[in-house]
Write a protein that binds this ligand. Structure first.
Ligand SMILES: Cc1cc2nc3c(=O)[nH]c(=O)nc-3n(C[C@H](O)[C@H](O)[C@H](O)COP(=O)(O)O)c2cc1C
Length: 338
């Protein structure tokens, strides 16, 4: 369980001043650090009680500060429970560059009573302040959590086909959004010739992606890639794959892929980091191998389709089916769960 944020009630003047000073150290009601050197805090359900018992008579603007317990713990700061609803944070709050403050919200006083904006929560909330977070701060080398890998074909300036391995994509309606590196031949081709095919390989085809992984259609190879990549004109042959003519676009399909989307690039938006494009491509035709189509329909049989899942640079088949949406037209019945 991730610890829920503890809350601290601050006098707005103190809070604002701490922004200038760079740190905040009022334990409660403007009183600097209580014995032992800690800030007082409360769970969501304790905030109203704090306002009623400690601040009722105070007619100065107040601010509710939401603290991130995970960020504090990552900095080695102790948060001790003070039942029933309290907590003690053994630290000052850093205001300049510190990550521990999630939000600072002005509090409202109505008919002489300060009101907590927080919903009443369950008793579990008070335990949660003290509950150890089972997560640790991780620094993975890449952020590929597990998406279907695909093979994108595009048309070179001389009319031949280029083929590249990729995995960054999502779909909404008929639009696919592909994350495509700007220094590849694929991006150059997409910008000039909009017809492409996004082909989805099945798990046994993973070696083809490895064969393609150090190849580029660019000649010469861009400087940034020169130490790792080599130019390859015929990537289909290099990957051991077979081109198959498309119906509506000039780029060929990959015959070995059971699912092939012919698509037309509608827009290429440069990414913030500059090294990639967000490519919006409209799918104009879907080809599906008969083995993954529900008999008597033209729809994909979800239980028959196995995408090649690419997660943290490893390839996987998908696991067993665990459920479905009520909106699935392929499901045998409504899903049953507690
Ligand atoms: C498994 C895998 C996933 C990849 N994912 C992407 C991706 O999502 N976007 C991208 O632009 N390149 C991706 N690449 C890298 C491209 O395949 C690589 O840059 C290639 O050289 C592009 O070929 P091109 O220059 O001929 O277009 C991936 C490579 C592999 C092996």
């Amino acid at each position: 369980m991730t610890a829920r944020p503890p809350y601290h009630v601050a006098i707005t003047d103190d809070w604002d001043q701490s922004e200038m000073i760079g740190e905040y150290d009022a334990a409660t009601r403007g009183v600097a650090y209580e014995p032992g050197g800690y800030l007082r805090a409360s769970t969501a359900e304790g905030v109203q009680e704090v306002l009623d018992t400690r601040y009722r008579d105070l007619d100065l603007p107040l601010t509710l500060v939401t603290v991130d317990p995970d960020a504090l713990r990552a900095d080695g700061v102790q948060i001790e429970p003070a039942p029933p609803h309290g907590a003690r944070i053994r630290s000052v709050l850093m205001r300049d560059g510190g990550a521990a403050v999630i939000a600072a919200t002005p509090l409202q006083r109505v008919d002489g009573r300060w009101l907590s904006p927080l919903p009443e929560t369950s008793d579990a909330a008070s335990d949660a302040v003290a509950a150890p977070d089972p997560h640790v701060i991780a620094h993975p080398n890449v952020l590929y959590v597990g998406t279907p890998a695909y093979l994108v074909t595009s048309v070179n300036p001389d009319g031949t086909a280029n083929l590249a391995a990729a995995s960054s994509s999502w779909a909404l309606g008929d639009m696919l959004v592909l994350g495509i590196e700007s220094d590849g031949q694929t991006a150059l081709n997409m910008a000039e010739r909009s017809g492409i095919v996004v082909n989805f390989p099945s798990p046994p085809l993973w070696p083809a992606l490895v064969r393609l992984s150090r190849l580029t259609g660019r000649d010469p190879v861009p400087e940034a890639k020169a130490d790792r990549y080599r130019h390859e004109k015929d990537k289909f042959a290099a990957a051991g794959l077979t081109p198959q003519p498309s119906d509506l676009v000039a780029a060929p399909r990959v015959a070995e892929c059971l699912l092939q989307f012919e698509a037309v690039v509608r827009r290429m938006t440069p990414g913030v980091a500059g090294s990639y494009f967000m490519v919006e491509a409209e799918v104009v035709r879907v080809h599906a191998d008969r083995s993954i189509v529900r008999a008597g329909t033209d729809e994909i049989e979800p239980t028959a389709w196995h995408p090649l899942v690419y997660a943290f640079r490893h390839f996987f088949d998908r696991g067993a089916e665990v459920g479905w949406l009520p909106s699935s037209r392929m499901a045998p019945r409504a899903p049953v769960f507690e």
